[in-house]
Design a protein around this ligand. Structure first.
Ligand code: CUA
Length: 355
């Protein structure tokens, strides 16, 4: 009682002190509130929409989500137990335990209980591991393989179909539901990391190395795949759309994607050639055959442009052509803001029409 009364008495003596203590208390509650908001933000991020690992749409992601919840429950039980022990320790009426009781308490609650709980959680995690990183099936040659190459700051994707020509595209990964797909992951510059949270775990893309990842989508949906390894100025702007589709729809999409672009002759098409865009970008079916930037053969049909940076509209494409250095700092595409706006718009219309 005395200990609690002391600061109040001291505060009453001087107005300045009262103000200071009130301010301290306000600061305390404010920073507490801020901490609370920060905690809620951080904990709710994995639960958000298209990139949620807790709303799985794939076999591996389901196992990861199950493991996550098992760990949360296990961790919460341990925490509750430790807090109860602490409350027991600081209880009002303390009574000294005899040595035998204290020894038993330390043995059971301090050694046996945590070892058993942690052992169970670890055992469960190890048992789950083969499901988190399954190998591609032995008859891998018969299945679809998607080769994805990370580049600063976009994704080059090549679909290898058994017994057919590979299909090159960029910044959008589509895969059939219910069929295991094998990914081979590489990088041509720095380390990136390939991750579709609702479908499976992440895997690094390392220069000079090919990593393999196998994914089985179980539900159709549209997801966001962020680059999960810091790779430079626009790391946070390096993402792709991942779309799991019914197998029939997937096959007709891939067949269409394999075909060349069929552009109408237009000012935009002419300007694209005249400005040298074809030196960096490929548009199959035209003279543009550059390999430096993303393949644009069917760019108009993608959900996003600039590797998950802007929605795919004429307006956004025009903006990207004019100022890629602003939209995506550090990207190798030079800005074309010196061109008249009408010309930029004509090129944007041409690209949007490449369905
Ligand atoms: Cu690529 Cu981060």
């Amino acid at each position: 009682m005395r200990a609690r009364a002391r600061p109040t008495g001291a505060a009453e003596k001087g107005g300045a002190l009262t103000l200071a203590s009130r301010r301290a208390r306000n600061n305390g509650s404010q920073s507490g509130r801020r901490l609370c908001v920060a905690f809620l933000t951080v904990t709710s991020v994995p639960a958000l929409g298209q990139a949620s690992a807790l709303d799985p749409a794939g076999a591996e992601a389901s196992s990861i989500a199950t493991l996550f919840w098992a760990m949360v429950v296990g961790g919460a039980l341990l925490w509750l137990f430790v807090v109860s022990l602490m409350l027991y320790g600081i209880r009002r009426r303390r009574r000294v335990h005899d040595e035998w009781t204290a020894g038993r308490l330390i043995f059971w609650a301090g050694a046996v209980f945590p070892v058993v709980t942690l052992f169970l959680l670890l055992g469960y995690a190890l048992w789950l591991m083969p499901q988190l990183r399954p190998w591609a099936p032995a008859q891998a040659a018969a299945t679809l393989r998607i080769e994805v190459e990370g580049r600063q700051f976009w994704w080059r994707a090549v679909y290898h179909r058994p017994g057919d020509q590979p299909v090159v595209t960029a910044n959008e990964i589509r895969l059939p539901v219910g069929e295991r797909v094998e990914f081979t992951l590489t990088s041509s510059d720095v380390i990136h990391s390939f991750w579709i949270p609702p479908l499976g775990g992440k895997m690094d893309m390392i220069p000079g190395r090919t990593n393999r990842l196998s994914i089985l989508a179980t539900k159709p949906g549209t997801f966001r795949g962020p680059c999960a390894e810091f790779c430079g100025a626009s790391h946070a702007l390096m993402a792709f759309s991942a779309i799991s589709m019914e197998p029939e729809a997937f096959r007709s999409w891939l067949a269409a994607e394999a075909g060349p672009a069929r552009p109408q002759p237009s000012d935009g098409a002419r300007l694209f050639v005249e400005n040298g865009c074809g030196a960096c970008h490929t548009i199959r079916g035209t003279a543009a055959s550059g390999e430096v930037g993303p393949d644009l053969t069917h760019v108009g049909s993608r959900l996003m442009i600039g590797a998950g940076t802007l929605p795919n509209t004429e307006e956004a494409i025009a903006r990207f052509i004019a100022e890629p250095d602003v939209v995506k700092p550090g990207s190798t595409m030079p800005p074309f803001r010196m061109l008249p706006e009408t010309e930029i718009r004509a090129m944007a219309a041409y690209l949007k029409a490449l369905q």
